[in-house]
Design a protein around this ligand. Structure first.
Ligand code: UGA
Length: 437
């Protein structure tokens, strides 16, 4: 099928590439000329495992094209996906100006029947607004609006798109629903057909539930620390119940990234707006903030005074397998340490470039390797669970540190192994009783 994706950011680019991979003819549109130039030159502006390969392959096959011209894009596709950013307003509500702008730009370019799909994460009832806007600027246009939320995770976006757990299609017209189902046929995934409002809600409700699971286990981790229990065992024990499941019960520094913090704040604002405040989610946010504060407090208690202390931080990306540092808890942690005068020596396998070019880059030392970051440090903090950190040469690292103390913010390392190697190990919620240590 002929498909157009407007907005070639994380979601737009990976979605476009995966649609091309299954045989659709795709044009990705973006108003950022630099980005389109980069893509036309064969470079990928983000790091996402497997993405570069499928982009290159499908560009070569002529199934994936890029342009800055919205009318050209609209003309190409039978179905036009909107995948532009939906950033937060200062009060947590969603700023929909880019969606509105694209709806206005699409309207005059519609010559024959089009399905306009909202892929961006938007508040419930946005589909109605997009419909109204297109009708206002192009009263004669023949079109349907559809909500088709995205459930990809950064770091495994290609796999999530190629093998989705489910595809949610919210449409109020059979014609649009049939076209959408045809697009997804090659993916062989279960399709849930809903009305537009329900599909929009599914996205915010899903992300909020996952964040709730994380905050739940983090609240339990605080109780584990206070009582001497091990949150890893507790998570395993409750996760073995199929009704609960083990996924997203990894205690740590809390959730970050470009989705959860923004989407939870948005869902709170949406529920307030609808007159049915979702107060449980405010507690989810509070637990997430407290989790980082409690961790910093424990580091402060250990080092007594943070000022002038050399502190190694491993990991800056918001999670492994990405170079994305947006709303990264690792970055928040570094900022807190820097604010207290600590001398941070950081390393991340993929996110160094972003940090180097940010104001924080001037306030910390960016090192070439995990070992270099730990050299001369008084404590080592694991802030992102990159798998390669677990296989570092800890014997040599121990000898290079001023004091072999590890604060493992993602419970990546094995406490017993670290202690055998001579480290003082502090995880999250791993307060083992005295006799077991
Ligand atoms: C999340 C959702 O998982 C996707 O389904 C959704 O499509 C996406 O948001 C989106 O709305 O676009 P993503 O933000 O890429 O995906 O990353 P996650 O793997 O969900 O991790 C989010 C944060 O939660 C990370 O900071 C991670 O470290 C943290 N996390 C995750 C935990 O602290 N514990 C866990 O058990 C799992």
């Amino acid at each position: 099928m002929k498909l157009t994706i407007i907005g070639s950011g994380y979601v737009g680019l990976t979605t476009g590439a995966c649609f091309a991979e299954v045989g659709h003819e795709v044009i990705c549109v973006d108003n950022n000329e630099e980005k389109i130039k980069t893509l036309l030159a064969g470079d990928i502006p983000i790091y996402e495992p497997g993405l570069a390969d499928i982009v290159t392959k499908n560009v070569a096959a002529g199934r994936l094209k890029f342009t800055t011209d919205t009318p050209e894009g609209v003309d190409h596709g039978d179905v036009v996906f909107i995948a532009v950013p939906t950033p937060p307003n200062p009060d947590g509500s969603v700023d929909l100006k880019y969606i509105e702008k694209v709806a206005r730009e699409i309207a005059p370019a519609i010559q024959d029947y089009k399905v306009i799909v909202d892929k961006s994460t938007v508040p419930v009832k946005t589909g109605e607004k997009v419909t109204e806007t297109i009708s206002r600027y192009a009263p004669e246009a023949e079109f349907d609006v559809v909500s088709n939320p995205e459930f990809l995770r950064e770091g495994c976006a290609v796999a999530d798109l190629m093998n989705p757990d489910r595809v949610v299609i919210g449409a109020n017209s059979d014609r649009a629903m049939a076209l959408m189902q045809k697009i997804y046929e090659p993916f062989h995934a279960p399709v849930l057909a809903t009305d537009i409002n329900s599909a929009e809600l599914i996205k915010h409700a899903a992300n909020s539930f996952l964040a709730l699971k994380i905050s739940y286990i983090n609240a339990v981790s605080a109780i584990c620390e206070a009582s001497g229990a091990d949150v890893e065992l507790v998570a395993e024990g409750i996760g073995m119940d199929n009704r609960i499941g083990r996924a997203f019960l990894n205690a740590g520094l809390g959730y970050g990234g470009s989705c959860f913090p923004k989407d939870i704040a948005a869902f709170i604002a949406i529920s307030d707006d609808l007159g049915v405040p979702f107060t449980l989610l405010k507690e989810v946010e509070k637990i997430n903030r407290d989790q980082l504060d409690r961790f910093v407090k424990r580091i402060r208690e250990k080092l007594w005074v943070l000022e002038d202390k050399e502190v190694a931080v491993w990991g800056l990306a918001f999670k492994p397998d990405t170079d994305d540092t947006r709303s990264s808890v690792a970055i928040e942690l570094v900022e807190k340490l820097v604010a207290e005068g600590a001398k941070v020596r950081a390393f991340d396998p993929k996110a160094m470039e972003h940090v180097k070019n940010s104001p924080l880059g001037e306030k910390i030392t960016l090192c070439d390797s995990p070992e270099a970051a730990a050299d001369g440090a008084e404590t080592l903090i694991v802030a992102t669970e990159w798998p390669e950190f677990a296989s570092a040469d800890f014997s040599s690292i121990r000898d290079k540190m001023i004091a072999p103390v590890v604060f493992d913010g993602r419970n990546l390392l094995d406490p017993k192994t670290m202690e055998k190697l001579g480290f003082e190990y502090h995880g999250v919620g791993r307060g083992r009783p005295a006799e077991a240590s």
